[in-house]
Design a protein around this ligand. Structure first.
Ligand code: NAG
Ligand code: NAG
Length: 306
């Protein structure tokens, strides 16, 4: 039985002392995550893509041929010494190889059909009002398979099927890797997250103001009876968190069937957009205003009357 299953050399001993010394950070919760996507076309080939996100910023990518870490932000290399980058590259390369080997073994023993996709999301989150949180989630063909329970140091099946239970039991037999994984999530990952957050502070503080317009549409035939559908289109804002509501004669319209929202969607330029619509009764004589609150507006709101 292989002693190292998923993550081998996680001790990164430089992280420990440095973590104790580093200043407290952020005022909002902030996650660092490595997203791994591996396509297995058949039993003898695999293509892997790996990228690192700080919040929603892509900061690093792993060149899967050379194993080199590529820096996607001007500050992405700052804060760690060449020796520390070397260690991280080695951990990444070895972990990737172990991941592929473990998935291949599971596919063989569980008779998984090719082609398939295996994905992993590994990282940690600093939360202003709570302890930090580490995570390692594995999915196959888009379905959750197992997650690591950072506190217990064990893997938990995410569904009742045989693959999830088999994977859980297989990984839980490798107690030594689980112990190192706990250390990695609690210490190494948090240290690296704090380092990136400090050097990327200007990118994290970026603010883009929303632009909002209100227009009217014919209502859809299946919705509630209405003569008009008022649409508030809000776009170009960053960061993602936004509050969009409708005022009827100055009073916020409460939740209900007359309201609909696309939810926040990404634009191509790392800003976001959202559309909120309000179905308005035939000739109801009220006034309607779209109300937008966002951190770029310095405590003010946008009010766009219909
Ligand atoms: C496996 O897939 C790769 C990539 O698609 C292909 O080049 C290779 O010929 C395949 N090998 C076998 C044994 O089918
Ligand atoms: C980022 O950190 C640097 C160094 O601590 C500081 O001078 C700068 O004002 C910070 N920028 C922002 C936008 O917080």
């Amino acid at each position: 039985f292989p002693a190292r299953m998923l993550l081998p050399l996680l001790l990164l001993p430089w992280a420990w002392g440095a973590l104790a010394a580093s200043p407290p950070l952020p005022t909002e919760s902030l996650a660092l995550r490595l997203l791994l996507t591996s396509l297995f076309p058949n039993a003898s080939a695999v293509t892997v893509a790996a990228k690192v996100l700080l919040g929603d910023l892509e900061t690093h990518a792993l060149d899967s041929r050379t194993g080199a870490i590529r820096f996607l932000q001007p500050w992405a290399q700052e804060g760690l010494s060449p020796r520390e980058w070397q260690d991280l590259e080695q951990v990444a390369a070895q972990s990737l190889a172990d991941f592929v080997r473990t998935v291949t073994k599971i596919a063989r023993e569980q008779g998984i059909d090719y082609p398939f996709v295996a994905q992993a999301s590994i990282g940690c989150e600093l939360r202003p009002n709570g302890p930090s949180r580490g995570f390692y989630d594995i999915a196959g063909n888009g379905q959750a398979v197992v997650s690591f329970d950072e506190e217990a140091g064990t893997w938990v099946a995410r569904s009742a099927d045989g693959l999830a239970r088999y994977t859980q039991d297989l990984l839980n037999r490798d107690w030594s890797t689980s112990t190192r994984l706990q250390y990695f999530l609690k210490v190494s990952c948090i240290y690296v997250l704090q380092t990136f957050a400090r050097h990327g502070n200007a990118s994290l503080a970026r603010r883009e103001r929303p632009i909002a317009v209100v227009f009217a549409r014919e209502p859809p035939p299946t919705g509630p009876p209405a003569s008009l559908l008022l649409v508030c289109r809000v776009t170009g804002f960053y960061p993602r968190t936004v509050h969009v509501a409708w005022l009827q004669d100055g009073e916020e319209v409460g939740p209900g069937r007359q309201l609909d929202s696309t939810g926040t969607l990404p634009n191509a330029d790392l800003t976001y957009q959202l559309r909120s619509s309000l179905a308005v009764g035939p000739g109801d004589g009220h006034s309607y205003t779209c109300w937008v609150e966002h951190s770029s507006l310095g405590g003010q709101s946008l009010l766009i009357p219909w």
